[in-house]
Ligand binder design. Structure first.
Ligand SMILES: *Cc1c(COP(=O)(O)O)cnc(C)c1O
Length: 370
């Protein structure tokens, strides 16, 4: 039995005609860069995540970059963030000219650990930037409290957390701003690249709207150095269609996660994912931890099962950040995650039979290595 890691075609098939007519409507109007479909998606997504404003962008990486600029972050500033994430979290900080300051993650969830944050705050710290890794909400209540006490801003990288919530509050409603990606493989994915920032602050939204469109005020009048980071009209149209299905898709992911949890409950040597109390994850990824992860990935490949590693090298050990001077051993918990994590096939359409196959291959492999 073949089990893909992700099956975007299976997701597209049932909504094909709806997506096609939304795309055709854009082709008819010619509103390709921003335009009414982006306006509409921004309004719908802001409401969905419980924020007042949404600014549609060309990627999640741009969302991080522009949100940090809007927070006033620049050269000489420090941003406290997690080493256990996709590289873009740190790109945003670097693009703004600031320095990422890493602290270690929580042993159970892999998310930025609030108890490590305060010791890393200096007079240059401007922002705390956690990630809801794998779609599991970070401890935003704790981060909000630390940010308030030290007069810092909280920006959330929620690129994996569409539809997640914490204590009944949607991810997107915490802190100064929340950054989203609509890269195709995310829980809410465009037909290409896309991203957004949501915020309750009208001035922050206005600044990001300006920055994404060449900082143009009036025509041919550029008030600062701007960017071309606009969302495509076609992506706005596709995202509005897909947003209607997001809760159903997340529901299917939740059921699939519960099935995996059951299948692995009594398997020695497999650590299943966990979240903080009150968290409702989006289950973007289902990540287990095992010894000899690479060998298990090979066993999966031999059995026709797709898997992934998110992420094999923590950001503080990436060559791009060698100049910051971190070393192996700087963040033991994040490094252990990176060494042991393996992402199982997870998508709304995955079947119980496919999940059983994944579990069978895992159990068989565990017995061989034990
Ligand atoms: C996908 C992702 C991003 C970047 O989004 P792009 O749209 O690919 O630029 C940022 N942070 C995290 C945690 C992500 O998973």
């Amino acid at each position: 039995m073949r089990v893909p890691f992700l099956d975007l075609a299976a997701q597209y098939a049932p909504i094909r005609s709806e997506v096609e007519s939304a795309i055709n409507a854009v082709l008819d109007t010619g509103a390709f860069a921003l335009g009414p479909t982006v306006d509409q998606f921004e309004a719908e997504f802001a409401e969905y995540v419980g924020a007042k404003h949404c600014v549609g962008l060309n990627s999640g990486t741009s969302a991080l970059h522009l949100a940090l600029l809007a927070a006033g972050v620049g050269p000489g500033d420090e941003v406290i963030t997690t080493p256990h994430t996709w590289i873009s979290t740190s790109w945003g900080i670097s693009y703004a000219g600031a320095t990422p300051v890493y602290v270690d993650v929580d042993r159970a969830t892999g998310n930025l650990n609030p108890s490590n944050v305060e010791a890393a705050i200096t007079s240059r710290t401007k922002v705390i930037l956690p990630v809801d890794i794998y779609g599991s909400p970070a401890d935003h209540a704790a981060f909000e409290e630390i940010a308030r006490r030290h007069d810092l801003r909280l920006i959330d990288d929620a690129a994996q957390a569409h539809g997640a919530s914490l204590n009944g509050r949607p991810i997107g409603s915490f802190g100064f701003a929340t950054c989203w990606s609509f890269y195709p493989g995310k829980n809410l994915g465009a037909a290409g690249e896309g991203g957004a920032v949501v915020t309750d602050d009208p001035e922050v939204a206005a600044r990001i709207r300006s920055l994404r469109d060449h900082a143009q005020v009036g025509r041919h009048n550029h008030v600062e150095v701007g960017f071309n980071a606009r969302m495509d009209g076609l992506q706005g149209a596709v995202l509005s269609v897909k947003l209607k299905y997001l809760d159903d898709w997340n529901d299917s992911r939740r059921k699939a996660a519960a099935r995996y949890e059951q299948l692995f409950a009594n398997v020695d040597g497999v650590v299943i994912p966990s979240s903080i109390p009150g968290a409702e994850p989006s289950w973007h990824l289902f990540v287990i931890r095992v010894q000899e992860r690479d060998a298990l990935a090979e066993a999966f490949a031999d059995a026709g099962i797709g898997s992934g590693v998110h992420y094999p090298t923590p950001v503080h050990l990436q060559p791009a950040y060698a100049h910051l001077g971190y070393r192996p051993g700087s963040f033991p918990v994040a490094e252990a995650f990176a060494a042991k994590c393996i992402s199982l096939p997870m998508f709304p359409e995955i079947t119980p039979e496919q999940q059983q196959h994944v579990a069978d291959v895992t159990v068989h492999w565990m017995e061989r290595v034990a």
